[in-house]
Each structure stands twice: as C-alpha cells, then as structure tokens.
Design a protein around this ligand. Structure first.
Ligand code: AMP
Length: 137
C-alpha cells in the first residue's frame, strides 16, 4: 500500500487536470471538491506525496491542518456559516477513495444536513463559491 503517482490529486498537483484553487503555500494546496457535500466544500492536500494519515509525516499533517484552519475561518465568513465539518479518511475500509492524503472542510448551517457523497456539483456554482472563499482569505 504505497503511494500511487497517478492518483487524481497527484495529477492536480502536476497541473495535468484543472482545479478550483482557493489557497496555496509552499506545503499545501486547497481546492474545491467537485462533488460538494455542502456549498463551499474544500479539500486540503500536502504538495508532497502521502497516501493518507498513516504514512504522512508530522510536518505534512501540521501543514495541512494549518491550511484547514485558514480555509475554515474563511468559509465561516464567506458563507456566514454556523460551523465547519472536517473529515479525513484512511484506506478503503476507512472510506478513502483518492489515495493522496486530504482533509475535507465543509461549511455547515444549523439544521441543514450534509448532502450525499458522489453527486457532481454545478461547475459555475463551485467557481462562484471558490471566489467567495478566496475573497474571504
Ligand atoms: P475520499 O477519498 O473518500 O475523501 O473521496 C475523495 C473526494 O475527492 C471526494 O469528495 C470527491 O468528490 C473528490 N474528488 C474526486 N475527484 C476530484 C477532482 N478532480 N477535483 C476535486 N475533487 C475531487
């Protein structure tokens, strides 16, 4: 169970497939999930290879969480959110589908359930939500 250089987030990092970036620094990239479970759903990944939390270095985890916090604060403001849900899955049995370490950060509103996984979002809406988060950052 090593790192697969052809996973979809590795391709995003190499610029081989497009993404809606909201934030990046030397260590991490934050971009919109194209199957959002709430409006403004963002993924945060390390720029260096890690399959998931189990093989990641402490430095990769720390860098990702610092970016998650930045993005979460911006999401609170951009969507006038009541809270944030952060999720992170490890291996098939843990619910992981893309095998490059990633954190989900999702704005939440009181009484509004998260949507189901696997539903492709509206790209115009995702682009507009990315712009709102970038503006708040
Ligand atoms: P999981 O590994 O279970 O956390 O699921 C992977 C997540 O990546 C899902 O929420 C997908 O919607 C998301 N995803 C898959 N492909 C892309 C992509 N090309 N751009 C943005 N998000 C993606």
């Amino acid at each position: 169970m090593g790192y697969d250089n052809d996973n979809i987030f590795a391709k995003i990092l190499r610029g081989e497939i497009p993404n809606f970036t909201v934030y990046e620094d030397d260590e991490t990239l934050a971009f919109m999930d194209i199957m959002p479970r709430s409006p403004g759903h963002v993924l945060v990944i390390p720029k260096t290879p890690a399959r998931n939390m189990l093989d990641a270095s402490a430095a990769q985890l720390a860098a990702c969480l610092a970016t998650v916090q930045k993005v979460a604060r911006a999401q609170m403001q951009a969507f006038d959110a009541d809270g944030i849900t952060t999720q992170q899955y490890n291996e098939d049995a843990g619910g992981q589908e893309v095998f490059h370490l990633h954190y989900h950060t999702m704005p939440r509103h009181a009484g509004v359930a998260m949507g189901p996984p696997g539903n492709m979002g509206d790209m115009d809406e995702i682009a507009a939500n990315a712009a709102r988060i970038r503006a708040a950052l």
